[in-house]
Design a protein around this ligand. Structure first.
Ligand code: PHE
Length: 333
Protein backbone atom coordinates (compact mmCIF):
# COMPACT_ATOMS: atom_id res chain seq x y z
CA UNK A 1 0.00 0.00 0.00
CA UNK A 2 1.15 3.53 -0.74
CA UNK A 3 2.77 5.06 2.39
CA UNK A 4 0.52 8.12 2.06
CA UNK A 5 -2.61 6.02 2.05
CA UNK A 6 -1.29 4.19 5.11
CA UNK A 7 -0.68 7.55 6.71
CA UNK A 8 -4.13 8.82 5.78
CA UNK A 9 -5.60 5.75 7.35
CA UNK A 10 -3.57 5.58 10.63
CA UNK A 11 -2.90 9.23 11.40
CA UNK A 12 -6.45 10.21 12.53
CA UNK A 13 -6.29 7.63 15.33
CA UNK A 14 -2.85 8.89 16.42
CA UNK A 15 -4.11 12.48 16.42
CA UNK A 16 -7.11 11.51 18.49
CA UNK A 17 -4.87 9.57 20.91
CA UNK A 18 -2.67 12.59 21.70
CA UNK A 19 -3.65 13.69 25.20
CA UNK A 20 -1.29 16.67 25.57
CA UNK A 21 -0.17 19.51 23.31
CA UNK A 22 3.37 18.11 23.42
CA UNK A 23 2.17 14.70 22.22
CA UNK A 24 0.17 16.39 19.46
CA UNK A 25 3.30 18.32 18.40
CA UNK A 26 5.12 15.00 18.01
CA UNK A 27 2.25 13.52 15.95
CA UNK A 28 2.22 16.66 13.78
CA UNK A 29 5.97 16.42 13.10
CA UNK A 30 5.67 12.73 12.22
CA UNK A 31 2.66 13.16 9.91
CA UNK A 32 2.85 16.50 8.11
CA UNK A 33 6.13 17.96 9.37
CA UNK A 34 9.45 18.39 7.53
CA UNK A 35 10.57 14.77 7.93
CA UNK A 36 7.10 13.25 7.47
CA UNK A 37 5.92 10.95 4.64
CA UNK A 38 4.00 13.98 3.31
CA UNK A 39 7.18 16.10 3.02
CA UNK A 40 9.00 13.17 1.46
CA UNK A 41 6.24 12.64 -1.07
CA UNK A 42 6.33 16.36 -1.97
CA UNK A 43 10.02 16.12 -2.58
CA UNK A 44 9.37 13.12 -4.90
CA UNK A 45 6.96 15.16 -7.09
CA UNK A 46 9.83 16.71 -9.04
CA UNK A 47 10.82 13.37 -10.49
CA UNK A 48 7.40 12.76 -12.02
CA UNK A 49 7.81 13.70 -15.67
CA UNK A 50 4.23 13.71 -16.88
CA UNK A 51 2.67 17.01 -15.83
CA UNK A 52 -0.80 15.54 -15.61
CA UNK A 53 0.41 12.76 -13.38
CA UNK A 54 2.45 15.23 -11.29
CA UNK A 55 -0.58 17.46 -10.77
CA UNK A 56 -2.82 14.66 -9.61
CA UNK A 57 -0.08 13.27 -7.32
CA UNK A 58 0.30 16.79 -5.92
CA UNK A 59 -3.44 17.14 -5.34
CA UNK A 60 -3.48 13.75 -3.64
CA UNK A 61 -0.66 14.78 -1.25
CA UNK A 62 -2.22 18.17 -0.51
CA UNK A 63 -5.60 16.58 0.10
CA UNK A 64 -4.20 14.22 2.69
CA UNK A 65 -1.97 16.96 4.18
CA UNK A 66 -4.82 19.41 4.55
CA UNK A 67 -7.23 16.92 6.05
CA UNK A 68 -4.55 15.83 8.58
CA UNK A 69 -3.75 19.48 9.24
CA UNK A 70 -7.42 20.20 9.92
CA UNK A 71 -7.65 17.20 12.25
CA UNK A 72 -4.52 18.32 14.14
CA UNK A 73 -5.80 21.89 14.47
CA UNK A 74 -9.15 20.64 15.76
CA UNK A 75 -7.45 18.38 18.26
CA UNK A 76 -5.19 21.24 19.33
CA UNK A 77 -8.21 23.43 20.12
CA UNK A 78 -9.67 20.68 22.29
CA UNK A 79 -6.38 20.03 24.13
CA UNK A 80 -5.69 23.73 24.70
CA UNK A 81 -9.13 24.25 26.21
CA UNK A 82 -8.56 21.26 28.50
CA UNK A 83 -5.14 22.47 29.63
CA UNK A 84 -6.49 25.93 30.34
CA UNK A 85 -9.36 24.51 32.35
CA UNK A 86 -6.91 22.33 34.32
CA UNK A 87 -4.66 25.33 35.00
CA UNK A 88 -7.65 27.35 36.21
CA UNK A 89 -8.76 24.57 38.51
CA UNK A 90 -5.26 24.13 39.91
CA UNK A 91 -4.99 27.87 40.52
CA UNK A 92 -8.46 28.26 41.91
CA UNK A 93 -8.94 30.42 44.98
CA UNK A 94 -11.59 29.06 47.31
CA UNK A 95 -13.14 32.21 48.70
CA UNK A 96 -15.34 30.16 51.01
CA UNK A 97 -12.32 28.90 53.04
CA UNK A 98 -12.13 30.53 56.48
CA UNK A 99 -9.25 32.99 56.73
CA UNK A 100 -6.13 32.25 58.74
CA UNK A 101 -6.47 34.40 61.83
CA UNK A 102 -3.08 35.58 63.10
CA UNK A 103 -2.41 34.89 66.78
CA UNK A 104 -3.05 38.10 68.70
CA UNK A 105 -2.49 39.02 72.30
CA UNK A 106 -5.29 39.67 74.73
CA UNK A 107 -5.71 41.66 77.89
CA UNK A 108 -4.27 39.84 80.89
CA UNK A 109 -6.82 38.54 83.37
CA UNK A 110 -5.44 40.74 86.16
CA UNK A 111 -5.76 43.85 83.99
CA UNK A 112 -9.26 42.78 82.88
CA UNK A 113 -10.23 42.36 86.54
CA UNK A 114 -8.89 45.78 87.50
CA UNK A 115 -10.66 47.41 84.56
CA UNK A 116 -13.90 45.75 85.53
CA UNK A 117 -13.64 46.73 89.21
CA UNK A 118 -12.77 50.32 88.28
CA UNK A 119 -15.72 50.39 85.85
CA UNK A 120 -18.12 49.33 88.60
CA UNK A 121 -17.02 52.23 90.79
CA UNK A 122 -17.03 54.66 87.88
CA UNK A 123 -20.66 53.67 87.32
CA UNK A 124 -21.26 54.63 90.98
CA UNK A 125 -19.82 58.08 90.34
CA UNK A 126 -16.18 57.59 91.34
CA UNK A 127 -13.23 59.07 89.43
CA UNK A 128 -9.96 57.25 88.74
CA UNK A 129 -6.49 58.35 89.85
CA UNK A 130 -3.02 56.84 89.97
CA UNK A 131 0.06 57.52 92.02
CA UNK A 132 3.78 56.77 92.27
CA UNK A 133 5.04 53.23 92.83
CA UNK A 134 8.22 54.59 94.43
CA UNK A 135 6.79 56.29 97.49
CA UNK A 136 8.03 58.08 100.58
CA UNK A 137 7.66 56.46 103.97
CA UNK A 138 5.60 59.53 104.89
CA UNK A 139 2.79 58.76 102.45
CA UNK A 140 3.08 54.99 102.69
CA UNK A 141 3.04 54.94 106.53
CA UNK A 142 3.15 58.19 108.51
CA UNK A 143 0.27 60.02 106.82
CA UNK A 144 -1.77 56.84 107.26
CA UNK A 145 -1.27 56.84 111.00
CA UNK A 146 1.05 53.84 110.90
CA UNK A 147 3.35 54.28 113.91
CA UNK A 148 7.15 54.47 113.60
CA UNK A 149 7.37 51.17 115.44
CA UNK A 150 4.93 49.22 113.27
CA UNK A 151 6.48 45.95 112.05
CA UNK A 152 5.25 46.51 108.47
CA UNK A 153 7.88 49.25 108.21
CA UNK A 154 10.67 46.69 108.65
CA UNK A 155 12.80 45.58 105.74
CA UNK A 156 11.40 42.10 106.29
CA UNK A 157 8.09 43.42 104.92
CA UNK A 158 8.91 46.50 102.86
CA UNK A 159 11.29 46.93 99.91
CA UNK A 160 13.32 50.09 100.39
CA UNK A 161 15.03 51.93 97.53
CA UNK A 162 18.53 53.23 98.05
CA UNK A 163 18.62 56.91 97.05
CA UNK A 164 21.80 57.58 99.04
CA UNK A 165 21.63 60.88 100.88
CA UNK A 166 17.83 61.38 100.71
CA UNK A 167 16.34 62.87 103.86
CA UNK A 168 13.40 60.51 103.80
CA UNK A 169 13.13 56.81 103.21
CA UNK A 170 11.97 55.94 99.71
CA UNK A 171 10.31 52.61 99.24
CA UNK A 172 8.16 50.62 96.84
CA UNK A 173 4.63 51.29 98.08
CA UNK A 174 3.28 48.34 100.03
CA UNK A 175 -0.33 49.31 99.26
CA UNK A 176 -2.28 51.85 97.23
CA UNK A 177 -3.44 53.61 100.44
CA UNK A 178 -0.76 56.37 100.19
CA UNK A 179 -2.91 57.75 97.39
CA UNK A 180 -5.62 58.47 99.97
CA UNK A 181 -3.35 61.09 101.49
CA UNK A 182 -1.93 62.36 98.20
CA UNK A 183 -5.38 62.70 96.65
CA UNK A 184 -6.87 64.54 99.63
CA UNK A 185 -3.91 66.93 99.69
CA UNK A 186 -4.64 67.85 96.07
CA UNK A 187 -8.46 67.86 96.14
CA UNK A 188 -11.11 69.34 98.36
CA UNK A 189 -14.07 67.20 99.46
CA UNK A 190 -16.33 65.69 98.26
CA UNK A 191 -13.95 62.93 97.13
CA UNK A 192 -15.04 59.75 95.41
CA UNK A 193 -11.97 58.13 93.87
CA UNK A 194 -10.56 54.70 93.02
CA UNK A 195 -6.86 54.05 92.48
CA UNK A 196 -5.73 50.90 90.70
CA UNK A 197 -2.01 50.14 90.78
CA UNK A 198 0.99 47.93 91.50
CA UNK A 199 2.15 47.30 95.03
CA UNK A 200 5.25 45.58 96.37
CA UNK A 201 6.06 43.48 99.39
CA UNK A 202 9.07 41.54 100.50
CA UNK A 203 7.38 38.18 99.87
CA UNK A 204 8.38 35.00 98.09
CA UNK A 205 6.11 33.65 95.39
CA UNK A 206 3.70 30.97 96.57
CA UNK A 207 0.07 30.04 95.99
CA UNK A 208 -1.18 33.22 97.68
CA UNK A 209 1.80 35.62 97.73
CA UNK A 210 3.94 37.49 95.25
CA UNK A 211 6.43 40.33 95.66
CA UNK A 212 4.48 42.40 93.12
CA UNK A 213 0.73 42.45 92.87
CA UNK A 214 -2.09 44.90 92.23
CA UNK A 215 -4.60 46.68 94.39
CA UNK A 216 -7.58 48.89 93.86
CA UNK A 217 -7.95 51.54 96.53
CA UNK A 218 -11.18 53.39 97.11
CA UNK A 219 -11.90 56.56 99.06
CA UNK A 220 -15.17 58.41 99.65
CA UNK A 221 -15.16 61.61 101.71
CA UNK A 222 -18.14 63.89 102.06
CA UNK A 223 -20.38 65.43 104.66
CA UNK A 224 -22.02 62.81 106.90
CA UNK A 225 -20.75 59.65 105.24
CA UNK A 226 -21.57 56.71 107.50
CA UNK A 227 -20.62 53.09 107.93
CA UNK A 228 -23.98 52.35 106.29
CA UNK A 229 -22.72 54.07 103.13
CA UNK A 230 -19.60 51.89 103.25
CA UNK A 231 -21.67 48.72 103.60
CA UNK A 232 -24.15 49.71 100.90
CA UNK A 233 -21.43 50.68 98.43
CA UNK A 234 -19.28 47.59 98.95
CA UNK A 235 -22.23 45.19 98.99
CA UNK A 236 -23.38 46.70 95.69
CA UNK A 237 -19.88 46.25 94.34
CA UNK A 238 -19.85 42.57 95.41
CA UNK A 239 -23.20 41.96 93.72
CA UNK A 240 -21.97 43.52 90.49
CA UNK A 241 -18.65 41.69 90.57
CA UNK A 242 -19.76 38.25 91.77
CA UNK A 243 -23.45 38.10 90.87
CA UNK A 244 -26.73 39.74 91.96
CA UNK A 245 -27.47 37.25 94.75
CA UNK A 246 -24.05 37.52 96.42
CA UNK A 247 -24.24 37.74 100.22
CA UNK A 248 -21.62 39.72 102.12
CA UNK A 249 -20.68 40.15 105.77
CA UNK A 250 -18.42 42.60 107.57
CA UNK A 251 -16.02 41.28 110.20
CA UNK A 252 -14.25 43.65 112.61
CA UNK A 253 -10.61 44.19 111.79
CA UNK A 254 -7.83 46.69 112.45
CA UNK A 255 -6.09 49.13 110.16
CA UNK A 256 -4.29 52.19 111.59
CA UNK A 257 -5.81 54.47 108.92
CA UNK A 258 -9.44 53.46 109.40
CA UNK A 259 -11.54 53.35 112.55
CA UNK A 260 -13.62 51.30 112.81
CA UNK A 261 -12.12 48.84 110.33
CA UNK A 262 -13.54 45.70 108.79
CA UNK A 263 -12.96 42.92 106.34
CA UNK A 264 -15.74 42.29 103.87
CA UNK A 265 -16.33 38.60 103.16
CA UNK A 266 -18.53 37.28 100.38
CA UNK A 267 -20.27 33.94 99.91
CA UNK A 268 -19.19 32.53 96.56
CA UNK A 269 -18.29 29.14 95.07
CA UNK A 270 -19.90 27.53 98.14
CA UNK A 271 -17.86 29.25 100.84
CA UNK A 272 -17.20 32.51 102.66
CA UNK A 273 -14.12 34.27 101.42
CA UNK A 274 -12.38 37.50 102.41
CA UNK A 275 -12.63 40.07 99.63
CA UNK A 276 -11.20 43.30 100.94
CA UNK A 277 -10.22 45.56 103.83
CA UNK A 278 -12.19 48.69 104.62
CA UNK A 279 -13.21 51.13 107.28
CA UNK A 280 -14.14 54.69 108.18
CA UNK A 281 -11.27 57.09 107.50
CA UNK A 282 -9.41 57.71 110.74
CA UNK A 283 -9.66 61.41 111.77
CA UNK A 284 -5.88 61.32 112.27
CA UNK A 285 -5.51 60.83 108.49
CA UNK A 286 -7.80 63.82 107.80
CA UNK A 287 -5.60 65.91 110.06
CA UNK A 288 -2.45 64.90 108.13
CA UNK A 289 -3.98 66.18 104.88
CA UNK A 290 -5.65 69.29 106.25
CA UNK A 291 -9.28 68.12 106.19
CA UNK A 292 -11.45 69.04 109.14
CA UNK A 293 -12.75 65.82 110.80
CA UNK A 294 -15.62 67.84 112.25
CA UNK A 295 -16.75 68.79 108.77
CA UNK A 296 -16.32 65.57 106.82
CA UNK A 297 -16.31 61.83 107.26
CA UNK A 298 -15.44 59.09 104.84
CA UNK A 299 -14.69 55.49 104.18
CA UNK A 300 -11.85 53.74 102.44
CA UNK A 301 -11.28 50.26 101.09
CA UNK A 302 -8.52 48.31 99.41
CA UNK A 303 -8.60 45.02 97.54
CA UNK A 304 -6.09 42.83 95.75
CA UNK A 305 -6.73 42.48 92.03
CA UNK A 306 -5.16 39.01 91.79
CA UNK A 307 -7.22 37.86 94.73
CA UNK A 308 -10.39 39.22 93.14
CA UNK A 309 -9.58 37.43 89.87
CA UNK A 310 -8.96 34.18 91.77
CA UNK A 311 -12.19 34.43 93.77
CA UNK A 312 -14.18 35.24 90.67
CA UNK A 313 -12.78 32.40 88.56
CA UNK A 314 -12.16 29.80 91.27
CA UNK A 315 -8.39 29.92 90.72
CA UNK A 316 -6.60 28.42 93.72
CA UNK A 317 -2.98 29.20 92.89
CA UNK A 318 -1.80 32.75 92.30
CA UNK A 319 1.07 31.42 90.19
CA UNK A 320 -1.42 30.59 87.42
CA UNK A 321 -1.72 34.36 86.93
CA UNK A 322 2.01 35.05 87.00
CA UNK A 323 3.09 32.12 84.85
CA UNK A 324 3.62 33.33 81.29
CA UNK A 325 1.87 30.19 80.01
CA UNK A 326 -0.45 31.41 77.28
CA UNK A 327 -2.55 28.23 77.52
CA UNK A 328 -3.73 29.39 80.94
CA UNK A 329 -4.14 33.02 79.92
CA UNK A 330 -5.97 32.18 76.70
CA UNK A 331 -8.81 30.70 78.74
CA UNK A 332 -9.65 34.19 79.95
CA UNK A 333 -9.62 36.04 76.63
N1 PHE B 1 -4.20 49.08 102.59
C1 PHE B 1 -4.82 47.93 103.17
C2 PHE B 1 -4.02 46.69 102.76
O1 PHE B 1 -3.17 46.76 101.92
C3 PHE B 1 -6.25 47.75 102.66
C4 PHE B 1 -7.15 48.85 103.12
C5 PHE B 1 -7.33 49.97 102.34
C6 PHE B 1 -7.85 48.75 104.31
C7 PHE B 1 -8.19 50.99 102.75
C8 PHE B 1 -8.71 49.73 104.75
C9 PHE B 1 -8.86 50.83 103.95
O2 PHE B 1 -4.22 45.62 103.33
Amino acid sequence: MDPLDTLAETAPARIAAATTIAELDDVEAATIGRTSPIAEARRGLGSIEDPEERRSAGQHINGIASSLGDAIAARRTVLEAGEQAAALTADALDVTLPGRIPARGSIHLVQQTMDEIVDIFVSLGYTVASGPEAESSFYNFTALNIPETHPTRLESDTLYLDYGEEQEDVLLRTHTSPMQARYMEEHQPPVYVVVPGKVFRSDQVDATHAPVFHQIEGLAVDRSITFGDLKGTLAQFAREFLGPDTQVKFIPHYFPFTEPSAEMHAYTHGRWIELLGCGMVNPAVFEHVGYDPDEVTGFAFGMGAERMAMVRHGITDLRALIDPDVRILEQYR
